[in-house]
Each structure stands twice: as structure tokens, then as C-alpha cells.
Design a protein around this ligand. Structure first.
Ligand code: GLU
Length: 481
């Protein structure tokens, strides 16, 4: 039975790499009908905070990644770690160390360059009783160090393949610090043993920790879990992903208008290819996931791909599904009206259906919806220059306005018919009228299909804005001058 865990340290915001680790553990658990455990590694009291823990949980909730057990808080398990460390001391597999960091540094300096040993010199391994008593009477802080046994440590990483490390490259590392707190190696192994974790899936910044942890499993007489280390995510410039690549904290993506499913598809498709490039449901991704499909090489974070996936997801959603997301965004821009969910719902749904085709983020909706909601829109000056300066428009637009007024039903197909007829009668290209209408009604040279736009804007708004031709031109003149 597969048991996996996500074990973040609440010392910062959940970033993309951690979200991927979490997601891949989740996928593996779902794929294998296993158990997914959440563990908060908060033994670093100075750097951990409740606020960060809450932030992590908020992220997981937003992403919809649910856990089956936990959260387990390491800070509540300190006595267990201590007991396990002492168990190893008892067995002669670890020892008490009284050295201060200064003493260690001093001795290391002295022996530097005199041999190939570089780590802790095992000063406290064979202390005489007298020395030990002296240190005790001095009231020195006691750490517990692991006695690293000789030999080769081998394991098969599920992603990177066979790995072996000679233990002579590992110093007797600390298990319990002088202040009684466990080190990461101790707490992680104790907890993974207790939770009966079968697979440790984590970032490959931990790859150098794994041999130490395998030694600990051996010392405890426990079976090591299988390991899978996920390659570090890089920015498009092949450097370690950072803020300047467009946000690294997961909640930033939420705030920028990305949807959880698009974000998760992005994480998945960055490291393995589930097939075609499209949006998969979580069930589909869970069904397809396999550790040996995950690429060894560092995936590159590509914001365009993320945007594209988000856009694909948005355009495939119904107005009903989009409304809660858009509503929040519009509320934040003071554009939301309750009638959109009531009396005006059919109209609002149509509007969403129109806007979703061109919206790559939820955040794009309020701006795109603006021309349909407010009176005073802004006009793109270059668009005005390009599409409103033709003098023929001075007579054509009033004629078209009259046509619009005489229509029975102001619907997209009828508008198109009337406009094309007028263009033909006047011997001009329909595009001349279409571009002008778009500039006047939307304020931008690009928009969704103009006939749908006009229908949704409604006859009154359309006519009012068509009448503004000279006003808009002089507005731009003034600004330009
Ligand atoms: N707490 C560690 C981290 O946030 C993860 C430990 C692990 O997965 O073994 O990097």
C-alpha cells in the first residue's frame, strides 16, 4: 500500500517547486490508491510561523489537493525524536558530543590540509570518563551525533536511477542539537518510519540528504522508503527560478487570475508529458501519472505556456463555472452588480461566453467587460488614428445609426446583415465600418466579434458611442498636441 507525504517547512510562502512536490505526491497516491499525508516540518522555531502554515494550507485548499492524514506537526513530537536519538546512543550507533562550534572550528583549522578528513573529528566518540564528567560539570550543551558506519550507500532513485555514495564523504552528523531540538535528518526519518512512508518524492535539493537518511533507517533497523527526487525548476534563462521570472509563490498565481486546474496542468506538463498539450482533469492526470515518466532534466518554467493553458481552460468553461471566479475579480474592481446573477444573468452569461475566448486570465475579464458596463471608456490613440480618421465615416456612421434604429431586433446576425448592406450600397468595404465601430464602442482596435459585441452592448450604448466620433477624434488631438 503506497503511503506518501508532503512535508513543507513553514518558513516561507509555498513556491512553485514545493507545489509541484505536493502535487506529484498527491498524484502518485491517487494513481496507486494510496494515502497522502501532510506533515508540517516546523521544528525550526525561529523561522517557522503559524501564518506560513496557514498560507500553505490555503494554497493546498485553493489547488484542491486534499490529504488523507495529518497535518502532523513536528513541533508536537519533540519528545519522540529525542527518545529515538537516545535509542541510537544506547545501541552505540550514536554518541553524545559536547564540543562547541568554536572548538570544532579551531581544530578543523589546525588540521586543514593535513589529510583528506574534513568533517567532525570524532573528538567526543571515545571520551574518557574523566573528560566526560568534566564536560558535564561545566554544564555544556549536549548534542547527539550519528556514528556514520563505513561503506557504500546505494539506492535506486525512481527518477535519477542508481546512486551510490561512499560514507567516508559523510561526517558524523548531528541528530539532536545542544538545545534538544532534532535536526531535519532525525525528525524526517523518525516521522517517515512512523507514518510508514513507502515513497519519498521531493525536490532534488534533498538528494544529498538521502544517503544520511538511509543510514539512519539502517540504524533503526527499518526498511528505507523508495526515493524519487524531482529536478529543480529553472527559469527561461536556465537559472534557478526566482521572483523575476514572474512570481514564484503559488498564491501570486491565484491573485493574477490563474485557475487551479490550469496551474496544476502546468506543473504536470512541465515535468512529464501526459500526452497532448491540453487541459486534463485531475482524474485523468492521476490515472496517467507514473514516477518513471517524470523527466530527469530540469523543467523550464514558461509563463507563456501557463497563460496558454489557463486560456484554454477558461475558454472551455461554461459561464456558470466562470461566474464565481469572475465575480470576485469584478467585485475587486467595483464592477460587480448583483443583478448579473439575477435579472441580467442571461445577458451576463452571454457576455462571459463572448469574453472568455480571448481571456487568458480571470483578471482580464473586468477590463474586457468595461465597455459593456461603464459609460466613459478610454480610447486607444493609435487605434483612433488608424480607424477613425477616414472622412467618409462622418456621413456613413449617421446613416448606419439610422439603420440600427429601424431594426426590429438588435441581434448579432441582424446587425451584420444591416452593416454589410449599408457598406455595399455606399460602395465601401464593410471593414471600414467594422473597425470604426470597434474603436468607438470598445475603445480598442481588437475585441471579440464585433457583431456580438454590439448586440451585448445594446442598441442604446452603440448609438450613443457612434455619435461620439468627432468628440473622440478631438480628444485624441488634444492629448496628442
Ligand atoms: N521540510 C523539507 C522541505 O521543506 C522537506 C523534507 C522532505 O521532503 O524530506 O524542504
Amino acid at each position: 500500500m503506497v503511503r506518501v507525504r508532503f512535508a513543507p517547512s513553514p518558513t516561507g510562502f509555498l513556491h512553485i517547486g514545493a507545489a509541484r512536490t505536493c502535487f506529484f505526491n498527491w498524484l502518485y497516491a491517487r494513481n496507486q490508491d494510496g494515502t497522502f499525508i501532510l506533515r508540517i516540518e516546523d521544528t525550526d522555531m525561529a523561522r517557522s510561523s503559524e501564518e506560513m502554515t496557514e498560507g500553505i494550507i490555503e494554497c493546498l485548499n485553493w489547488l484542491g489537493l486534499d490529504w488523507d492524514e495529518g497535518p502532523i506537526f513536528q513541533s508536537q513530537r519533540l519528545s519522540q525524536y529525542r527518545q529515538k536519538a537516545l535509542e541510537l546512543v544506547e545501541k552505540g550507533l550514536a554518541y553524545t558530543c559536547y564540543c562547541t562550534p568554536e572548538e570544532i572550528q579551531e581544530r578543523t583549522k589546525k588540521t586543514a590540509g593535513t589529510g583528506d578528513f574534513w568533517g567532525y573529528d570524532r573528538f567526543c566518540l571515545e571520551l574518557s570518563e574523566k573528560q566526560r564528567l568534566r564536560f558535564e560539570s561545566e554544564g555544556r550543551a549536549k548534542a547527539v551525533r550519528f556514528l556514520v558506519p563505513e561503506g557504500e550507500i546505494r539506492y535506486t532513485d525512481r527518477i535519477h536511477g542508481d546512486i551510490s555514495v561512499d560514507s567516508k564523504n559523510i561526517e558524523d552528523f548531528v541528530l539532536l542539537r545542544g538545545d534538544g531540538l532534532p535536526t531535519y535528518h532525525l525528525s524526517v526519518v523518525v516521522d517517515d518510519m512512523e507514518s510508514q512512508i513507502t515513497h519519498v518524492i521531493r525536490g532534488d535539493d534533498h538528494i544529498s540528504n538521502t544517503p544520511k537518511q538511509i543510514l539512519l533507517y539502517q540504524a533503526f533497523g527499518a526498511k528505507s522508503p523508495k526515493f524519487a527526487h524531482l529536478a529543480l525548476i529553472l527559469g527561461p534563462d536556465k537559472k534557478k527560478l526566482s521572483k523575476r521570472h514572474g512570481g514564484t509563490s503559488v498564491l501570486e498565481f491565484r491573485d493574477q487570475g490563474y485557475l487551479p486546474l490550469a496551474f496544476l496542468n502546468f506543473l504536470a506538463q512541465m515535468s512529464w508529458s501526459p500526452g497532448e498539450e491540453r487541459i486534463y482533469t485531475l482524474e485523468e492526470l492521476g490515472g496517467k501519472f507514473a514516477l518513471n515518466k517524470v523527466s530527469k532534466g530540469s523543467p523550464v518554467f514558461d509563463l507563456n505556456k501557463m497563460e496558454w493553458l489557463n486560456g484554454r481552460l477558461i475558454s472551455g468553461m461554461s459561464a456558470e463555472e466562470l461566474t464565481p471566479f469572475v465575480r470576485k475579480e469584478m467585485q475587486a474592481s467595483n464592477l460587480w452588480q448583483e443583478t448579473f446573477a439575477e435579472k441580467q444573468k442571461p445577458w451576463f452569461d452571454k457576455l462571459l461566453d463572448l469574453l472568455k475566448e480571448r481571456s487568458r486570465t480571470i483578471r482580464a475579464f473586468p477590463k474586457a467587460a468595461m465597455p459593456f458596463l461603464i459609460d466613459e471608456i478610454a480610447y486607444d490613440p493609435a487605434g483612433v488614428e488608424k480607424h477613425l480618421r477616414d472622412e467618409r465615416l462622418d456621413t456613413l456612421l449617421p446613416l448606419l445609426g439610422k439603420d440600427f434604429l429601424s431594426m426590429d431586433e438588435f441581434s448579432a446576425p441582424a446587425i451584420e446583415q444591416v452593416l454589410r448592406k449599408r457598406a455595399e450600397e455606399e460602395g465601401v468595404k464593410a471593414a471600414l465600418l467594422i473597425h470604426a465601430l470597434r474603436m468607438l464602442v470598445v475603445g480598442e482596435p481588437v475585441s471579440p466579434g464585433i457583431f456580438d459585441v454590439l448586440e451585448l452592448a445594446g442598441r442604446e450604448k452603440t448609438l450613443k458611442r457612434m455619435n461620439r466620433l468627432s468628440e473622440v477624434k478631438s480628444l485624441v488631438d488634444k492629448k496628442g498636441g
